[in-house]
Design a protein around this ligand. Structure first.
Ligand SMILES: NC(=O)c1ccc[n+]([C@@H]2O[C@H](COP(=O)([O-])OP(=O)(O)OC[C@H]3O[C@@H](n4cnc5c(N)ncnc54)[C@H](O)[C@@H]3O)[C@@H](O)[C@H]2O)c1
Length: 336
């Protein structure tokens, strides 16, 4: 099979490798679509993200869909020919975190395209059957792949306890912020979406935002909702100015959810957090989100295909990883 391999910053090549054999509890999946995430781009450009450094050749890509082509020993829960969305992180099922239900926080989790674990810019991959979630035939290959960023959005909604009537401010109208907006709207919230790029905000209404503002035009606390600020602020930028201004716009007892990555330590506004009794939390990926994500896609309640702005082959992974710089680009998809 063909595999796209990253040797170091900016160094990609296609390599022939043997098709892997599924072990006990695993299935062999022929990959259909793989969404490109900002983390893939970071590894490609800089060869590292924080403590994770590309020291050996690494296969990128962690948002895959595909079709099961072979069952490993003991697998009776899945069928050959079944189309699936792959959940990319495999935890130790006996870790304290897995037993407590938040398996995403298992420190030993093996996650696609996080050194030294290979990802899925490849024709085939073996994966535990339990982490290959069946999708109905009317859900496209691309949409099945993008259940991964949808899961990030579901985890954000859950962390913010967003529900009927919640007033939610979302910073960042990239794929993650747009999906957070859509999921919060589905939960019954009134969503305000901000970005520094005007053209990204044009998609806001389609993804459930009741109002959109550029960061510079965003009204001060209380102005957007007379009588109080927002119930929930969700950051999907990782940008310090957005993270610092969000909590200022929260009503008393408001909740701040940090999803965006990239910012380092930021000074905590202690009097604000105390005076309004704010809750600040973060999210790290997701746990137990796929059943809901599959259902939302199956019912046509989320627009995943609308996020895809370009397709690429395995030979053009470089094009996929640099597509984000083009005007109007949102989500590149590799189709091995
Ligand atoms: N917590 C997690 O588990 C998790 C998982 C996936 C992605 N992420 C993070 O989520 C973030 C969003 O991902 P994405 O793929 O949508 O990225 P993206 O870069 O496409 O979108 C980020 C958006 O934020 C906007 N932005 C920048 N500064 C801003 C500001 N001051 N105010 C308002 N908007 C601003 C940018 O213009 C851009 O449109 C990234 O930081 C990514 O690393 C976190």
């Amino acid at each position: 099979m063909q595999v796209s391999v990253l040797d170091g910053p900016g160094k990609l090549r296609v390599e022939e490798r043997p098709v892997p054999t599924p072990g006990p509890g695993e299935v062999l999946v022929r990959i259909s679509s793989v969404g490109v995430c900002g983390s893939d781009t970071h590894y490609y450009r800089e060869g590292r993200i924080g403590p994770y450094v590309v020291e050996e050749p690494l296969v990128l890509g962690h948002e895959p869909s595909g079709e099961i082509v072979e069952l490993g020993p003991g697998v009776s829960s899945r069928l050959v020919g079944q189309r699936v969305s792959l959940e990319p992180g495999i935890p130790d099922p006996l870790s304290a975190e897995s037993l407590a239900g938040h398996y995403n926080l298992d420190p030993a989790v093996r996650f696609f395209a996080t050194p030294p674990v290979d990802g899925v810019f490849a024709e085939y991959v073996v994966h535990p059957a339990a982490f290959c979630h069946p999708v109905p035939d009317h859900v496209s290959d691309d949409a099945a792949a993008l259940l991964e960023p949808l899961s990030v959005a579901l985890a954000a909604r859950s962390a913010g306890d967003v529900g009927l009537g919640s007033k939610v401010l979302v910073a960042g109208a990239g794929p993650i912020g747009l999906l957070i907006s859509q999921v919060c709207r589905l939960a019954g919230a009134a969503v305000t979406l901000t970005d520094v790029r005007e053209e990204r905000l044009e998609l806001g209404p389609r993804y459930g935002a009741a109002q959109t503002f550029t960061a510079a035009e965003m009204p001060a606390s209380g102005d957007a909702y007379p009588g109080g600020g927002y119930d929930v602020f969700i950051d999907a930028t990782g940008a310090e100015p957005a993270i610092l201004s969000g909590p200022q716009r929260l009503a008393p007892r408001g909740r701040c959810v940090l999803v965006g990555m990239g910012a380092d330590s930021i000074a905590l506004p202690v009097p604000l957090v105390q005076g309004r009794e704010l809750t600040i939390t973060g999210t790290f990926r997701y746990a137990n989100t796929w059943p809901t994500a599959v259902e939302l896609a199956a019912q046509g309640l989320v627009d995943l295909d609308g996020l895809v702005t370009s397709h690429h082959t395995l030979k053009d992974v470089e094009g996929a990883l640099t597509a984000g710089a083009k005007p109007g680009a949102l989500k590149a998809v590799v189709r091995p």
